[in-house]
Design a protein around this ligand. Structure first.
Ligand SMILES: O=C(CO)[C@H](O)[C@H](O)COP(=O)(O)O
Length: 218
């Protein structure tokens, strides 16, 4: 089975877990794109969504699924999103699609965060995937120097402007043994909007597609 087929499989499996919820938080990425396609079949059960990116918003609207501003909704019952890496504590690296800040906001505002992914995303220690850090553009080189002091090798993601007008630094060579401490340290650098470590607010449940089926990690 290809990685894309696994992504489809886990997206389909996640429909079971959104039954009964009429307002959904929706993430960003190719796994979530499969989920959005699946939502088309059950769109009459969905009152509205809150989306973490312009891309997901456009896909949802194209299917006739309403998208609301998070400020109108308040607390969400459920949020579904993918990940770039997942450790055994359901802590994540996210932001490969540059939507990390809005994703982190929706995750924080949600009672339950279900991460959907294929099993290639599982790691023991986070950090093999270069850590995305969203920055205010004028702070880019200052933040990069501070990230070097933390042991990383930041690389500017050229031609990428986030939905918030931010820039992305992808930080290589980090072995993230204490994800909460590093998340706090990076977020404390002046000019950082947020970093892609989701440890202070990890996923509550991970649905993982494997060649043998979808595994639930609660
Ligand atoms: O964090 C993300 C976007 O900012 C995505 O969830 C992450 O990159 C995984 O993407 P995909 O489902 O395409 O593998």
């Amino acid at each position: 089975m290809t990685q894309d087929q696994l992504k489809r499989k886990v997206a389909e499996a996640s429909l079971e877990y959104i039954k009964g919820y009429s307002v959904l938080g929706i993430g960003t990425g190719s796994t979530v794109n499969h989920l959005i396609d699946c939502l088309a079949d059950i769109k009459h059960d969905i009152e509205a969504t809150v989306s973490s990116s312009v891309n997901s918003t456009e896909r949802l609207k194209k299917l006739g699924i309403p998208v609301l501003d998070l400020n109108e909704v308040g607390t969400l019952d459920i949020y579904l999103d993918g990940a770039d890496e997942i450790n055994p504590h359901k802590q994540l690296i996210k932001g490969g699609g540059a939507a990390l800040t809005r994703e982190k906001i929706i995750a924080a505002a949600s009672r339950k965060f279900i991460c959907i992914a294929d099993d290639s995303k599982c790691v023991d220690v986070l950090g093999k995937f270069p850590l995305p850090v969203e920055v205010i553009p004028m702070a880019r080189s200052y933040v990069a120097r501070e990230l070097v002091k933390l042991g990383g090798q930041p690389v500017y993601r050229e031609h990428c402007v986030t939905d918030n007008g931010g820039h992305i630094l992808d930080v290589h060579n980090l072995s993230i043994v204490d994800p909460i401490a590093l998340e706090k340290a990076i977020n404390n650098i002046v000019g950082v909007i947020t970093c892609g470590i989701f440890a202070m607010r990890p996923a509550d449940m991970v649905l993982l597609a494997t060649a043998d089926g979808v595994r639930k990690i609660d």
